[in-house]
Design a protein around this ligand. Sequence first.
Ligand code: ADP
Ligand code: PAZ
Ligand code: MN
Length: 908
Amino acid sequence: MASPTTEDHPPHIGIDGINEETQQISEKDIVLEKGGEKDMAPLPGSSSIHRSSSRPQLDVSGAAIQGNFEEKDPTILLPNQSDDISHLALDIGGSLIKLVYFSRHADRQVDDRRKRKVKERLGVSNGSRRSYPILGGRLHFVKFETSKLNECLDFIYSKQLHRGGMDSRCWPSDAPQSENAVIKATGGGAYKFADLFKERLGVSIEKEDEMNCLVAGANFLLKAIRHEAFTHMEGHKEFVQIDQNELFPYLLVNIGSGVSMIKVDGDGEFQRVSGTNVGGGTYWGLGRLLTKCKSFDELLELSQRGDNSTIDMLVGDIYGGMDYSKIGLSASTIASSFGKAISENKELEDYKPEDISLSLLRMISYNIGQIAYLNALRFGLKRIFFGGFFIRGHAYTMDTISFAVQFWSKGDAQAMFLRHEGFLGALGAFMSYEKHGLDDLMVHQLVERFPMGAPYIGGNVHGPPLGDLNEKISWMEKFVRKGTEITAPVPMAPPATTGLGGFEVPSSKGVLRPDASKLNVGVLHLVPSLEVFPLLADPRTYEPNTIDLSDHGELEYWFTVLSEHLSDLVDKAVASEGGTDDAKRRGDAFARAFSAHLARLMEEPAAYGKLGLANLLELREECLREFHFFDAYRTIKQRENEASLAVLPDLLLELDSMTEDMRLLTLIEGVLAANIFDWGSRACVDLYHKGTIIEIYRMSRKKMQRPWRVDDFDAFKERMLGSGERKPQPHKRALLFVDNSGADIVLGMLPLARELLRRGTEVVLVANSLPALNDVTAMELPDIVAEAAKHCDILRGAAEAGGLLVDAMSNIQDGYKEDTPSVPLMVVENGCGSPCIDLRQVSSELAAAAKDADLVILEGMGRSLHTNYNAKFKCDALKLAMVKNQRLAQKLVKGNIYDCVCRYEPAS
Ligand SMILES: Nc1ncnc2c1ncn2[C@@H]1O[C@H](COP(=O)(O)OP(=O)(O)O)[C@@H](O)[C@H]1O
Ligand SMILES: CC(C)(COP(=O)(O)O)[C@@H](O)C(=O)NCCC(=O)O
Ligand SMILES: [Mn+2]
């Protein structure tokens, strides 16, 4: 996934509505939200962190369908619709118009009691340390063909992007919409079409220098987006970690209609050193004439089936099948592109269009690679970044360019490509609005999400905006008919190798699909409140994912696990929404959308940036939210909480009767045993048919013999209780990253929290901002703590001290009052809505709570095994989980399913 970074985290994969049409989809989502929200528990994350669901109301007044809806592409115009603030910048090139626009939605901040208390206690800022705030919102990337400028104007109009509260040069502006609205634009079309924009949209175009924009866009992407740059050699894609301090100098080669080569020495420091008129326009223009192809993608597609040796003159053709080894040329090297066409008695019709397309593609890509290398050589540059839409994420084009650079530089220079390849200029134009703060944004404040339609339509806009959830579902039904049938891994052809010297036929066939699905760019969510977890020992080397899915065997396995789990998940999700026909339809659409993403990722695992298991698990949650399943396990969670709270008093009595040593062991055993309640694990879900919650819990506890598979309990105990006469200082503050609802939190983590509190350690329970599987959320926790506190003075005193309990609670009559004020128990949200956690992007609450913490306890498979198993912290860290998956148990700990992990690492 992209943003899936090199200082850099894997981009989050998520979903957001159809990309290009993303906003249209989102807009109507709201209509449904309006009707459906009243019977929905308030969402815990409806704050700045609530990344997916805070959407504006749709104003459909005055909406009109232009043309007949039955027709192919009717246009729906929503003249009165606009997001709170939208901003737009354009790059109007010779071939394509690129749009970058920003949408900001109303913050539906839920300022509940818990949040207020946490803010008070921890002094949480809103994450912004600037004199003007950066806005939270989303950046969208959309393109149109320049010849279809009208479609582009309709799109801008329907979304009212030209009226987004912009005030001359600056944004944001709270000023009323200006009559003299200005749109920043670059590219030749900014000059050519300025009058048309004025006429059609009433806006003036403010022209920005194209080279300036290209450089600003490239610098922004290379600094702020994780997994932006990658190499592509012999069909193998690898993301490159760019150290911000070592970015400059580099050569930027933008392959649009024509080609620019720019030596970049810093922000705003550059020189256009070269260029060539043989570029993307040449391939498409000449290709169209020679093959009669109707679209660029068709031409590119053709090349995949081509054999250029029928038309190119090879060294072997000249040397009678021999290599010209003296100068390092093999028989299969192209001596002269299209050279065979001279010597044969053939007409154009006698050549296959496939072969022509391939020959042309090779000629142009190779030529650009070679010129780029010569310029890199001229200025002593080692790194060359290639952008522009000619590349179009096409494996063969990239391989050819890489080959040329590698071959001519003898491996000294490196070709790299950019995921946002064609959007550099548009992004740069966008950045040229003053005071948007975008250039200050840091990598951890950006979350990339991949829209529902991403596997199908990439960044192209066809037809009308999708109106509402209903249309979105219809779209899934229409276009993704086979979605739910994808239950087994899609076979993937092993990448063929071309051999450095040979380089004969495309090595990566079958990657490009004719439906333009190859634009691997998501919607960038700007979340200024996200922060890097301050207790990470080294954020630069931190990698959240333990399992790297670029290993194809791993990908296949997890793909199958998630596919097989899908029908159970859909059942739960549909049931959580009352099992209505509407819920069933949404459930089906969810399954199609998620399966489609899985299939896309099977086909190209790096499509959304570097892919880890955590990204897949998050993608699943985002897909659910996309179809308005906001808490699929709600009833299950409630039922399990109640059952567990009923037995909590007995457990606490049992614990209180033990010695300190025994109690600590029993508590850790309890956490591990209760972690069995995991609705995300196939094996566990099967298990739940075999007994009641309490029976399973007891059975699980009985099996807790030490040594566990990973067992650092003795070291942890020594830190907690000391040895012999030595009594260690208790920790000052512990952060407990909690996992599941029910027994897990109530009978596992809360009793452990109570022990820490009893020893004078402040406890912060860190829980999800949004629901994911049966994980407990920060919104749900205060009620659970309040219930537990009814049975326990320690918890009660601490919860009061932490502001978790309302005053009425303290009147409970049990005659007990502590003499000394209790250390506080608090709850903070972690900033995510996934079973895993990427500690480079956490809530400001959590970051604030971490400042005084000297113990981190991570619980559960998602947070302590799939992610963070290898994470190193500045403070003591304890990782506790039951492994509820056989393969993971084997791979990670050389053990078996239901083995336990108790990994303790003192401060590093
Ligand atoms: N859908 C498409 N339609 C036309 N050209 C495309 C398309 N996708 C990729 N291309 C290629 O991208 C080139 C345009 O790249 P771009 O970076 O947008 O440059 P420009 O700013 O000159 O339009 C085209 O000349 C063509 O080679
Ligand atoms: C989704 C999970 C990470 C949740 O585990 P938890 O963090 O609750 O312990 C885990 O259930 C999981 O890895 N499930 C998929 C594997 C399986 O079904 O076996
Ligand atoms: Mn969980």
